[in-house]
Design a binder for this molecule. Sequence first.
Ligand SMILES: Cc1cc2nc3c(=O)[nH]c(=O)nc-3n(C[C@H](O)[C@H](O)[C@H](O)COP(=O)(O)OP(=O)(O)OC[C@H]3O[C@@H](n4cnc5c(N)ncnc54)[C@H](O)[C@@H]3O)c2cc1C
Length: 381
Amino acid sequence: MNFEPSREFAIKKLEDFIDKNLHEYSKLRNFDFGPEQRKNVSSISPYITHGILSETEVIKNSLKKFSFAKNEKFVQEVLWRIYWKGWLELRPLVWSDYIIELKKLKKEFYNNKNYLNAIEGKTNIECFNYWISEIKKYNYLHNHARMWFASIWIFTLNLPWQLGAEFFMKYLLDGDSASNTLGWRWVAGVQTKGKNYIASEWNIKKFTNNRFSQIKLNENPQPIIDNRNYSISKNDFLNNEINNNDNLIVFENSLSIECSDFRELDFKNIYLVQKDNDTREIKLDEKVLKFKEDLISDQKIRLENKSSKIEIINVKDLKNLDGNNIALYPSIGEINDFLISNNLKNIKYLYRKIDQYAWKYCNKGFFNFKNYIPKIVTEFI
Ligand SMILES: Cc1cc2nc3c(=O)[nH]c(=O)nc-3n(C[C@H](O)[C@H](O)[C@H](O)COP(=O)(O)OP(=O)(O)OC[C@H]3O[C@@H](n4cnc5c(N)ncnc54)[C@H](O)[C@@H]3O)c2cc1C
């Protein structure tokens, strides 16, 4: 598995997948044949997470090859990401509660043998130990492996889902506050209340092509109980007016602004913002930080023919910026937390058109959202 940190590489990866493998996606997507045989899925998530490829661009290109009817599963999966994002945007307390609980659990489990054995891959479950070494080596796991891993973590190793979500965020190149937190909540049975995802020996054996033995799991667990109900606390995502004397702030989630809704706009300065581990609650693996750093440099090179002055700055320097500052919305997550805790709330935001439109339909479950997918596709693709 190879994830070069450039838009050029991301486009090539997407094109290759569409040309050679998309036709079998719905049939083969659930198989995890191992890191050297990943052609059955696109592996473009590290690029979508950083805005190197946009969801609209990915769907548009796939629909050039196959009709919506033939391509429905892939389109749904890409939009699932927007759904998770919107779901969390409407309920930001889910994220802040997660961070509060994580801080507490980190102290509690600091020296816990069961936890330390799990993150070192020293359990008696062969496949789990393998996925620990895989994620550390490649900074990626197949979707099905993420589901099995999370289920084993919670229900067989009896560890808190919050620590598992932290472990994924640390190592995944595609680490995303919405997809990851809500993915873990879903496996635990607190996202869709009472419905947990249960990994089983036969399922793992079948979808890994019998690569593993010794899969003794708790296959009859109860879902985690969480009685909190999160009501919708925010639902307007309106853009501010912009004028060409404003500065544009770009965070690590929007690193292809020359292809974005805002590509025609002129700004005085464009600041590409880097965030180190000392300003993160979840400390990232060095390879993940380096990937982000390189993607930011790649974006800088691609912007260099713009009339604006382009500069890479540290997130801590934001408070020293003069003038009118407008930012591409960073989403609920660690960057947003930093802006709030440093009283930088006065930065105005720009939201993508597709998010403004699709997040309206994230008030209920994904099955409800799915009904609006044809509408979203007609509107934006
Ligand atoms: C516990 C858990 C944690 C996860 N954490 C993350 C995360 O931090 N970041 C992340 O991007 N995805 C996360 N996912 C979702 C999913 O596993 C990855 O998006 C997918 O494996 C990426 O591989 P791919 O690009 O080959 O996907 P493909 O199958 O080729 O799908 C294409 C794109 O659709 C989107 N997508 C596909 N499946 C999902 C899904 N279930 N949820 C949301 N979007 C999806 C991704 O952007 C992906 O790149 C998580 C899933 C689980 C169960």
